[in-house]
Design a protein around this ligand. Structure first.
Ligand SMILES: [Mg+2]
Ligand SMILES: [Zn+2]
Length: 198
């Protein structure tokens, strides 16, 4: 489901940074869900990271599993308030997010949008297409990398959030310290040159 914006303007295929939310942009809650806006704590370097990703010519699209809704720990309205707080705080720091999509389902519901299933990317693609060879999905968990693989785009691991419990310590060598380190390593898409994500 789309949390933001209320209405989309379809543009031409654009390089797109698909970003996970919890553990990538904001802190996870250990063994728990973020169910109130007060529990949302954005990583100190995340606004600068998102600003840089935008400046390098990517649309920024957040894709997040929020099974706490399907499990009954929070309502859709609460989830909406949390996402709006995220957008507001980032905007205050000068970082714009173009769209946010979330899966509200519990695993047992067998939906088609819970990462690593590709439903959220398909929904985003329908709203406004990504230039796939120049797009990537970044996150802290295996499901984020698996989603990238299934969608045919590059996956990027950030070594924040739950990467260790999700992928094991050996994954460290394939990851970026945090979202800002990843942002710095990304190719610039604003030039005339048609670059691919390496
Ligand atoms: Mg995550
Ligand atoms: Zn779903």
């Amino acid at each position: 489901m789309r949390a933001w914006p209320p209405k989309v303007k379809k543009g031409p295929p654009a390089p797109t940074a698909f970003l996970d939310r919890d553990g990538t942009i904001n802190k996870n809650r250990e063994g728990s869900y973020i169910t109130t806006p007060a529990q949302l704590k954005i990583y100190a370097k995340a606004p600068a990271a998102i600003k840089l990703i935008s400046a390098k010519g990517y649309r920024v699209v957040v894709l997040t599993n929020q099974s706490g809704i399907g499990r009954g720990y929070m309502t859709l309205a609460a989830s909406r308030r949390i996402n709006l707080k995220l957008l507001r705080e980032l905007r205050k720091a000068g970082a714009g997010v173009d769209a946010v999509y979330f899966c509200p389902h519990a695993p047992g519901e067998n939906c088609s949008c819970r990462k690593p299933k590709p439903g959220l990317i398909l929904e985003a693609e329908k709203d406004s297409p990504a230039d796939l060879p120049r797009s990537f999905m970044a996150g802290d968990k295996k499901c984020d990398l698996e989603l990238a693989r299934r969608a045919g785009i590059k996956g990027r691991l950030v070594l924040t959030g739950q990467w260790r419990s999700s992928l094991g310590p050996a994954a460290a060598k394939k990851g970026y310290k945090d979202l800002l380190a990843l942002a710095r390593a990304l190719p610039d898409m604003t030039g005339a040159e048609q670059r691919k994500i390496p």
